[in-house]
Design a protein around this ligand. Structure first.
Ligand code: GLN
Length: 508
């Protein structure tokens, strides 16, 4: 193994790194050491909350042993890192909250064990745990109780959230891939702001077992990586029923998304031209292209759509009339569910316990006040309020009814198109601190991701160019239920024809 090859390992995506590992050009231990060194070198990005080289290297040695024994599974020995809302036995899990500082889970989340080196897992090595907004509540990663994350494209700016650590780590090439979770946009929006690819699958596609719960009817895990192909490789391992542990996981066989992709692009290289997207109808919701979206973002999105037309797709206008209501609806339902989910953090069952208190009630009060940050506290209060007697019908029930109508509007739109496209975020990455004192400004920035989350639909962010200040812009693709393969395939065709996903910030 020459030093020269070693230095370039972070140039490789998941698929390429896996090929190098399978061909014996590099060992998993060498790859793991390389990425751990990069993580240490770029610590100031704030992307990681925990690393443990001994644990990672032990996993890498286990992967190398499987490789040496002739096993050739697609992800074997490739390193990744997990958003810190997935519980892990071998690393602490904080969910970005002081409440869980020093918490160690006695078990691994299903997604973690399916990807990992334990028996039956895909054999990926865990490099550590990634920073995120407290309990995944936020759009800028500034709600992390520990430290903010800096966007590697401009370190004075946010990486998006709540999976901000995942997005920054992939964009800065500290990891080939990461996991994220998306309740109302937390995979797609940071992927967009950091210029990487991410997919939130259909609600239920990945097991929620071992994901620290935020809003259970919305929470969904997904991969974040450089390309659609890399996301497909990861999702194939992450997805699948887990009914004994998460009764809302979909009882559908796991698909090998990557095989579909490789088949769909067989014989098509950048040189020969991609196979094209003939017969694909892409719906553009009027509401996603209005005055609320910054002109630089719209320009990049429109240029990407023109590329899809060149590949054979047809653009059609569709209507999602309730888009604006997705913000109040989401910010009633998500806090309602959060207030219930977070009740377990009481200093007895889980979490921080105040050092001094007078009686049981005082202990609850002090433990929770000390453990939760401002945004979590705000949502617990809103959620408790909208669920309270006398307000339940006016807020929570009403929101549930509108949620149903939003889902129905998508089904109407899908009679006219196969995929819906638009921006992910109304602006490029904003400055750290710019919205941190104004929760409503931050909620409004979720406008394009919330409606599909409320409907439970799969969606992804695909790098689509650059906007103001040379910052990345993501194109959002939303599919109908269970159509992850179609989304990934469409994004893959786009990525065969473009190289936005291969660009990386100059200093990383
Ligand atoms: N920004 C949204 C929120 O703060 C979405 C977060 C998420 O998807 N986890 O709730």
């Amino acid at each position: 193994m020459s030093a020269a090859v070693n230095t370039d390992l972070h140039d490789l995506g998941v698929a390429e790194l896996a090929a190098h590992l399978a061909a014996g050009k590099v060992s998993s231990v060498e790859a793991t050491q390389h990425f751990l060194a990069r993580i240490g070198q770029h610590d100031s990005l704030g992307a990681f909350l925990a690393t443990d080289p001994d644990v990672s290297l032990a996993q890498a040695r286990a992967a190398d042993a499987r490789l040496a024994a002739g096993e050739r599974t697609p992800l074997l020995g490739v390193p990744l890192a997990h958003k810190d809302v997935f519980v892990t036995r071998d690393f602490p899990t904080t969910a970005g909250s002081k409440m869980l500082e020093n918490y160690r889970s006695p078990f691994d989340a299903t997604v973690v064990s399916r990807l990992g080196t334990a028996s039956g897992g895909a054999g990926m090595v865990t490099l550590g745990k990634l920073n995120c907004d407290e309990f995944a509540m936020g759009s800028a990663n500034e709600n992390s109780a520990f430290k903010p994350v800096h966007n590697p494209w401009d370190t004075s700016r946010v990486p998006g959230g709540s999976s901000g650590g995942s997005a920054a780590a992939v964009a800065a090439r500290l990891v080939p891939a990461a996991t994220g979770t998306d309740t109302g946009g937390s995979i797609r929006q940071p992927a967009s702001l950091a210029g990487i690819t991410g997919i939130k699958p259909t609600y239920g596609r990945c097991s929620r077992y071992g994901m620290v719960a935020f809003a259970s009817s919305l929470d969904q895990a997904g991969p974040m990586a450089r390309s659609a192909l890399d996301c497909a490789l990861l999702l194939s391992a992450m997805a699948g029923p887990d009914l004994d542990r998460d009764s809302t996981s979909l009882d559908l066989p796991a698909t090998n998304y990557a095989i579909d992709l490789i088949a769909s692009s067989a014989g098509n290289t950048l040189a020969t031209g991609p196979k094209g997207l003939k017969n694909l109808r892409i719906g553009l919701p009027t509401q996603f292209f209005g005055a609320g979206c910054a002109p630089d973002v719209l320009a990049a999105v429109r240029a990407a759509l023109a590329e899809f037309e060149k590949l054979g797709a047809t653009l059609v206008d569709v209507d999602l009339p309730l888009t604006e209501l997705s913000i109040p609806v989401y910010y009633v339902i998500a806090p309602a569910e959060a207030s219930s989910n977070l009740s377990r953090f009481d200093g007895v069952r889980y979490g921080h316990r105040a050092a001094h208190y007078t009686d049981l009630n005082d202990m609850y009060k002090k433990s929770r006040s000390e453990g939760f940050g401002d945004e979590a506290t705000r949502r617990i209060m809103i959620g408790t309020y909208v669920l309270s007697h006398g307000y339940y019908d006016a807020y929570y029930l009403k929101a549930q009814k509108i949620r149903r109508l939003i889902a129905e509007d998508f089904q109407k739109a899908f009679t006219q198109c196969d995929i819906i496209a638009g921006p992910v975020s109304p602006t490029v990455a904003w400055k750290l601190g710019e919205k941190s004192d104004d929760p409503v400004a931050s909620y409004l920035a979720d406008i394009y991701t919330l409606s599909s989350s409320l409907a439970g639909l799969p969606g992804m962010s695909v790098p689509a160019g650059f906007g103001a200040h040379g910052l990345p812009v993501g194109l959002q693709l939303i599919g109908n239920y269970f159509r992850e393969a179609q989304l990934l395939g469409t994004a893959h065709q786009f990525q065969l024809a473009t190289d936005w996903h291969l660009r990386h910030p100059a200093d990383y």
